[in-house]
Design a protein. Structure first.
Length: 132
């Protein structure tokens, strides 16, 4: 993994502590810097401070859903280009329009394996680094 990729910050957002811990641990062990939040409001404030390379967020959370968080990030000038992976416990019907307006580049259904999350992250970070 290149130094450039290792310095990328990933924001992980989930109101379930065990999911937050498992995903964060897997990403940290792979060399990523991880910042965590347990709701959309906290995540939005953290994103404005740390400018993550990628956001991984649960869909169903209190205060603000993952979709609302991603849409709010997409509307803010400093985070408008930040891609997101949405985690969902149910097969919510999200339109392609909803996903693209919110910069959601991937959707993972729960349950998922931490290895699957890492593979998706590595693919997205690599693609974003090549495009930049």
């Amino acid at each position: 993994m290149s130094t450039e990729v290792q310095n990328k910050v990933i924001l992980v957002v989930d109101d379930e502590a065990h999911i937050l811990n498992v995903v964060s641990l897997k990403l940290r062990n792979a060399g990523y810097e991880v910042v965590t939040a347990q709701d959309g409001d906290e995540a939005f404030e953290l994103a404005l401070q740390c400018h993550p390379a990628l956001v991984i967020t649960d869909f169903q959370m209190p205060i603000m859903t993952g979709l609302q968080l991603c849409a709010k990030l997409a509307e803010h000038p400093s985070t408008s280009e930040t891609p997101a992976i949405l985690l969902t416990a149910r097969g919510f019907a999200l339109s392609e329009d909803d996903l693209s307006k919110a910069n959601i580049v991937d959707v993972l259904s729960k349950p998922f394996s931490p290895r699957e999350v890492l593979e998706r992250v590595e693919t997205l970070i690599e693609k974003h680094t090549v495009e930049s």
